[in-house]
Design a protein around this ligand. Structure first.
Ligand code: SF4
Length: 280
């Protein structure tokens, strides 16, 4: 598992643009420090404030941005390059369809996450929920239209949509499933892996939402789960000689990080070299 096609393509585009001339990436291209350090080394600038972009070319991350944000960047004279994942685009289109159909928009996701901000900014009054309590605070409306952040666990999204529908039986609640397939594949694989391992190592950036979700999923099936950002975080005391150890990784974790952790684990598993008898 690990890196998804959306992140892989965004990184490739950022490398190409950085090689072609000065470029600023608006926000963290992916939530992974190894990838960001490599981009900086290639000359790309990373800025979080749209008012603080010193180059003409500005790259939107795989998480996407609202139409409003992109229009404002263009109006200020910037050349906008979109590395937005097509599956994030699909979520934007789904929410637009619901709003155009007269549904009040709801996004299941983390309100502060850049992808969720991109989804909601074009829809004033859009609700963002992530817990039962937040669903219970919504007012009754005749029609609710729901999508989710692409990296939420689909079972959790379904639970919250069902709760909303039960709460307002007279309302029409329509849900378009926008959880991306790579997220679903990784969640299913992590669950199966955790069910047959003594220890699971989940690799991914500290701010990566999909890595956090993988950790939660693994913890539901395995008691010993550790979240690592790189091989340097591996603590040999976590594993015992007879353990079966599983490794999985978030969608923004580069192959090099996964390979390094696997190599470190295999080195731990090598039998110690027997002490040589001293020559008589
Ligand atoms: S996690 Fe899903 S939506 Fe996000 S970049 Fe990867 S494929 Fe695209």
């Amino acid at each position: 598992m690990g890196l998804c096609f959306g992140v892989r393509d965004a990184i490739r585009l950022a490398h190409e643009r950085a090689a072609a001339g000065p470029v600023t990436i608006l926000g963290d291209l992916v939530h992974n420090e190894t990838v960001l350090a490599d981009l900086r080394a290639r000359g790309a600038l990373i800025r979080h404030d749209p008012a603080d972009v010193p180059t003409r070319d500005v790259l939107i991350t795989a998480h996407g941005a609202s139409d409003r944000r992109i229009a404002s960047l263009r109006t200020s004279g910037l050349n906008v390059i979109e590395a937005t994942c097509p599956l994030v685009h699909r979520a934007h289109q789904a929410l637009r369809r619901l709003v155009d159909g007269g549904f009040h928009p709801v996004v299941v996701g983390q309100a502060a996450h850049v992808e969720v901000r991109g989804l909601t900014e074009d829809h004033p009054g859009c609700e963002v929920v992530l817990s039962e309590e937040e669903v219970d605070r919504l007012p009754e409306r005749p029609r609710y239209g729901v999508v989710s952040q692409t990296t939420q666990p689909v079972a959790r999204v379904r639970e919250l949509v069902d709760r909303l529908a039960r709460r307002f039986p007279a309302s029409e609640v329509r849900w378009i499933d926008t959880v991306c397939q790579p997220t679903k594949d990784r969640q299913n694989a992590a669950e199966a892996l955790a069910g047959r391992c003594d220890v699971v190592l989940v690799l991914g950036g500290a701010h990566s939402n999909n890595t956090r979700r993988l950790v939660d999923t693994c913890r539901s099936r395995c008691a010993r789960v550790h979240w690592l950002q790189s091989a340097a975080d591996l603590d040999p005391s976590w594993v015992r000689a007879t353990d079966i150890v599983g490794i999985t990784a978030g969608t923004s974790t580069p192959d090099s990080v996964i390979d390094a952790v696997e190599a470190a684990l295999r080195a731990l598993a090598e039998p110690a070299e027997p002490a040589r008898a001293e020559a008589a």
